[in-house]
Design a protein around this ligand. Structure first.
Ligand SMILES: Cc1cc2nc3c(=O)[nH]c(=O)nc-3n(C[C@H](O)[C@H](O)[C@H](O)COP(=O)(O)OP(=O)(O)OC[C@H]3O[C@@H](n4cnc5c(N)ncnc54)[C@H](O)[C@@H]3O)c2cc1C
Length: 421
């Protein structure tokens, strides 16, 4: 493991893979160091646990028509489902379907809610998105759920200005073989050291010295792609410590929690077309959280519940069995209790406690939208952060992580005076 390279890259998720690919293009020597025993990070397609294909992490090509990974998916033979919108879904109010009038009312409420958030952002107001909403609205629980799914935090902890800066073309196309499988394919030819958690980065002298249990790598510069929570919690020790402005920026853009519960069935219990989407809000019980589901993705007998924000964190704290029970109960209300007899297996993710992610994706806290821009500032002309949190307008996505990894190499190249880039 020990040696000397131009660039050390910490983490082989989307950002680290993009950085390594670009470094390779430029003829830079590099060491790609990954703590897990696999590449892909928060992109991970699971084909083993339930005997079907589902993504534990990223699933949709967001802003798909302009997402650079869409073209890479085509080139690598990873098909995707081009569809209008994933907002078009069935809406279940407890154990009954919403009427068309209720659906239209809900859609109007969603549109108005997100327009109100944009209006705050347009004015440059770095305030909680909660200020844009009427908590007394009939549809508030679903609006809260949408915010928690998009930003991984509850509305009181999401900066309206940060969310306003997010670019969304509105196309969300799911990858049939999984986003994790695509990212893995993009990194499959790269030399990577798996099972190599970086414990420390010493930048007190020239260049950097990167410590791992397998040895020390010396480099002219380091690209750090781990999540903001991993960095903010000091899981990689920097000497000297990172500048206080950078530490404050990491605290201002934490990684929130989102989780999925995948439930496998022995037969079609839903009677919906392949790859449907369904939302659930129980109007009989206001304490119950709203949820959304993928139903029978690509014809597989599977339902996947999506949980975000505080609810995702609380449920994760209660454990996998409680998560599965909660999601199954919602499905039983939506489609009838007989579905329980067809359950073949179920599994839930735990991104909040995952030691190498400590969350799902980032969102700036109210008052901290500018902190995101600070994350891209180099430290000592040799430490460059990359990863989803660093991208100014495509944060929380795979394409944002990927582009930030490429960009970090450009900046590192300039800093170390590598002439061919
Ligand atoms: C449930 C869920 C659903 C999502 N849905 C979507 C979606 O549909 N579309 C979308 O675009 N995005 C989605 N995302 C977000 C997307 O997955 C992330 O934004 C993106 O994958 C982040 O990539 P990254 O390279 O920045 O970070 P990561 O993927 O976290 O990569 C960082 C790497 O660093 C490694 N690491 C950590 N600590 C160390 C250490 N000390 N030493 C060495 N290596 C270390 C990690 O193991 C990891 O491999 C979702 C995420 C989750 C969790």
């Amino acid at each position: 493991m020990s040696g000397e390279v131009d660039i050390a890259i910490i983490g082989a998720g989307a950002a680290g893979i993009a950085a390594a690919r670009r470094a390779q293009d430029y003829g830079l020597s590099f060491a790609l160091l990954e703590a897990r025993d696999r590449i892909g990070g928060r992109c991970h397609t699971d084909t083993d646990t339930l005997g079907v294909t589902w993504d534990r992490g990223a699933h949709w090509l967001h802003s798909a028509a302009v997402n650079p990974l869409t073209h890479m998916a085509e080139a690598l033979g990873h098909p995707y489902l081009k569809r209008e919108s994933f907002i078009d879904r069935t809406l279940h109010l407890g154990s009954r379907l919403a009427t068309e009038a209720e659906k239209a009312d809900y859609q109007r409420a969603i549109d108005a809610a997100f327009e109100a958030v944009d209006a705050l952002g347009e004015k440059g107001l770095d305030v909680p998105v909660a200020e844009a909403h009427d908590r007394g609205s009939r549809w508030y629980r679903l609006i809260e759920h949408l915010h928690e799914a998009i930003s991984a935090f509850p509305p009181e902890r999401i900066s309206a200005l940060d969310l306003y800066r997010y670019y969304d073309s509105g196309e969300n196309w799911p990858l049939i073989r999984g986003y994790g499988a695509l990212v893995e394919a993009l990194g499959s030819h790269l030399p990577v050291s798996l099972g190599t958690p970086v414990t420390a980065v010493d930048w007190s002298g020239r260049g950097v010295a990167v410590e791992t249990p397998k040895g020390r790598v010396r480099a002219k510069a380091v690209i750090v792609t781990v999540s903001t929570n991993v960095l903010a919690r000091g899981l990689i020790r920097f000497s000297p410590v990172l500048p206080s402005a950078m530490q404050r920026a990491l605290d201002g853009v934490p990684t929130g929690v989102a989780n999925k519960v995948a439930i496998k069935f022995s037969r079609d219990v839903f009677g919906l077309p392949d790859t449907s989407y369904a939302s659930f809000m129980d109007e009989r019980d206001p304490a119950r959280h709203a949820l959304s589901f993928q139903i029978r993705p690509f014809g597989q007998e599977l339902a996947i519940a999506y949980l975000g924000g505080r609810f995702a964190e609380e449920m994760e704290g209660q454990g996998e069995a409680a998560m599965i029970d909660m999601a199954t109960s919602a499905l039983a209300d939506m489609f009838g209790s007989s579905i329980r007899g067809a359950v073949e297996g179920a599994v839930a993710t735990g991104w909040g406690a995952d030691p190498y992610a400590l969350g799902a994706y980032s969102s700036a806290l109210p008052g901290h939208a500018e902190d995101r821009l600070r994350l891209a500032e180099p430290v000592g002309e040799r430490i460059f952060l990359a990863g989803e949190a660093v991208h100014p307008s495509w944060f929380s996505t795979v394409q944002g992580a990927f582009l930030s990894g490429r960009d970090a190499v450009e900046r590192a190249c300039l800093a170390i005076g590598h002439c061919s880039c």
